[in-house]
Design a binder for this molecule. Structure first.
Ligand code: SRM
Ligand code: SF4
Length: 566
């Protein structure tokens, strides 16, 4: 990459990255400044590469302004943990950190990792260094680099789970930034900058044009929504062995109201690679994006736009050139579901695995429901692992039959037994939204459970309470809860109002389509009621809700993301 750069043509973040001395910026100075709970503006961009976002509590915004106080600044810390697998000790460490330094809750994200919310500036370093002492880091959890690599979550569903997690870890390690900034700033490791010019062999000084995401699935499970990833791998299994992967590129969901040039896009399958080629393919796809992604306009910078600009053929041509070989033709595969299978399953390893529904991914104690305490007590037993799913749920994995009984007893004792829930709730995702997300126009995590209860009543009227329907809500069109791939998608427009999108597909392969704009709760229920009634009366056999709404032309199927409208 040339250093002769015309900065006037590029977005401001590009210069910031370039001049940051490999992600150091003035972060140390910002952290040491006692006069404000915030960090310097430039550092708010750089901190993302270290897994940290500056936020403020939007619930108390007005009152703080009235009192002429600065916003109630605090920070979100996101872990990088490819494949989302944690030991009980690591769970306990996160639990303790959330009590000591954060808002006493744990957030399980849609990318299989933890977030802590509400960490004050003065506690950032202690929190991150304690995480690292338990072999958990936050580097590249956010920022313009490859982020947490997702992978199939459930060991009970596939004996290949361990292999897939290793692949996710290897990809993640291979694509990590090489700067020593993280270790210096958070772990007090010796300064390496300036003594000898550091190099980022893969990323260069400006890193990627935008965030980059990778996920791996084992069919028929599509639990990390492989078509939403910048780069996806679909494992092809023959005689219980992974013989290779179909390669999917250019998925991505974020879009902006009023800007039709931004849109969600499902990934395109461009071929098949062998297990030995995976790291090479991941690296070269990243390089094509590094050198062709839009660095002028961050709203056009994701790989999906690069591919639509280059054309799929143009993209594949450049990728092939960099690889030095062509991908093989894609192999057959079938994806059936994006959801998790709840309850206990005995794995082929003869161990027990409990997939447990965690509403909105929020682990907390509320009233009689003491989920956080229950999980702490379970972790203290020290058996098995804790695996986070891409649907914000949790798998207590690989425990003995005796511990299985203990887990059940502890969940019951703390008012959170693993009980049956409706097919709609099982398949629900809500992004964080208010009060922490600065980009939220409306509630999501705090509201979707109530709305689901109301839709459940309608479904029960038609004996559809067990029907599996994917519903996802976000507080804005950025798509963090992947609402564009839901059968019922709700995207916040303003407090209390949502756009309603229908269609998508149960297996996560198709986008949904706008049905109605700017609806309040009553209007959402009034719109859904007759469609549900029609579905109950006129569905074909086991037809999914999404297939039905397309067949009955409630909405038209989109042939490509570019045609998506809000
Ligand atoms: Fe996200 C920005 C939360 C998964 C697309 N996302 C944000 C921020 C950091 C807001 C900000 O920029 O200040 C949110 C922090 C809220 C908070 O208080 O916690 C946020 N995103 C989340 C999480 C926590 C939602 C959740 O409830 O689980 C998910 C964390 C995942 C992780 O562990 O890494 C999360 N975000 C996603 C996904 C889903 C996925 O990756 O599978 C998407 C859509 C897929 C995609 O990237 O295309 C997503 N987040 C965005 C975007 C839009 C990106 C775009 O291309 O336009 C933004 C805004 C941005 O980047 O400018 C965003
Ligand atoms: Fe925030 Fe929007 Fe993402 Fe929800 S979808 S967490 S409101 S950025």
């Amino acid at each position: 990459m040339s250093d002769a750069i015309n900065w006037l043509e590029l977005s401001e973040v590009e210069k910031l990255k370039y001049e940051s001395n490999y992600l150091r910026g003035t972060l140390e100075k910002s952290l040491a400044d006692p006069l404000t709970g915030a960090i310097a503006e430039g550092d708010t961009q750089l901190s993302k590469f270290h897994g940290i976002y500056q936020q403020w509590d939007r619930d108390v915004d007005k009152e703080r302004k009235r009192q002429k106080l600065e916003p109630a600044f605090s920070f979100l810390i996101r872990l990088r943990m490819p494949g989302g697998k944690f030991t009980p000790k690591q769970w306990l460490a996160m639990d303790e950190l959330s009590e000591k330094y954060a808002n006493q809750t744990l957030k399980l994200t849609t990318r299989q990792t933890f977030q802590l919310h509400g960490v004050l500036k003065k506690n950032l370093k202690a929190t991150i260094s304690e995480m690292n002492s338990y072999l958990m880091d936050t580097i590249a959890a956010c920022g313009d680099v490859n982020r947490n690599v997702m992978s199939h979550a459930n060991p009970a569903q596939s004996p290949l789970h361990a292999e897939i997690i290793d692949v996710a870890k290897n990809i993640s390690e291979h694509l990590l930034p090489k700067t020593g900034a993280y270790h210096e700033i958070w772990l007090d490791k010796k300064l390496v900058a300036n003594s000898k010019e550091e190099i980022e062999p893969l990323y260069g000084k400006r890193y990627l044009p935008r965030k980059f995401k990778i996920g791996i699935v084992i069919p028929p499970h599509n639990d990390c929504d492989v078509f939403s990833q910048d780069l996806g791998f679909i494992a092809i299994v023959n005689n219980e062995k992974i013989v290779g992967y179909n390669v999917v590129v250019g998925g991505g969901l974020g879009s902006t109201f009023g800007m039709p040039e931004t849109y969600p896009r499902t990934g395109t399958v461009i071929g098949f690679c062998t297990p030995e080629q995976v790291l090479d393919v991941a690296e070269k796809v990243v390089l094509v994006q590094r050198d062709n992604g839009n660095r002028k306009n961050r709203k056009q910078a994701r790989l999906k736009y690069t591919i639509d600009r280059m054309g799929v053929d143009g993209f594949v041509e450049e990728l092939t050139e960099r690889l030095g070989y062509a991908l093989q033709p894609q192999r057959e595969y079938e994806l059936k579901t994006t959801g998790d299978s709840f309850g206990w399953i005995k794995g082929t390893d003869k161990k027990w695995h409990l997939t447990y529904f965690v509403e909105g991914g929020r682990v907390s104690d509320t009233g009689e429901r003491k989920l956080k305490t229950a999980l702490r007590e379970i972790a203290k037993i020290g058996d098995g692992d804790f695996i986070l799913t891409g649907n914000q749920n949790l798998i207590i994995s690989g425990v003995s039959a005796a511990v299985k009984n203990q887990v059940d007893a502890l969940l019951k004792e703390h008012g959170v037994p693993a009980e049956a829930i409706s097919g709609l709730r099982k398949n629900s995702i809500a992004c964080v939204a208010l009060p922490t997300c600065p980009l939220a126009f409306a509630e999501a995590e705090r509201y979707l459970p109530t709305l689901v209860s109301k839709i459940e009543k309608i479904l029960a009227e038609y004996q559809l309470d067990k029907e599996e329907i994917v519903i996802r809500m976000t507080g804005c069109p950025n798509g963090c809860g992947r609402p564009y791939l839901a059968e019922i998608g709700l995207i916040g427009k303003s407090p209390g109002y949502y756009n309603l999108y229908l269609g998508g597909s149960f297996n996560g392969t198709k986008l949904n389509t706008l049905y109605r704009q700017t609806l309040n709760e009553e209007q959402i229920l009034n719109e859904l009621q007759p469609i549900i009634a029609d579905f109950a009366a006129n569905r074909n056999g086991g037809e999914h809700f999404s297939d039905f709404v397309f067949r009955k032309e409630y909405v038209k199927e989109l042939t490509e993301g570019k045609l998506f409208r809000h």
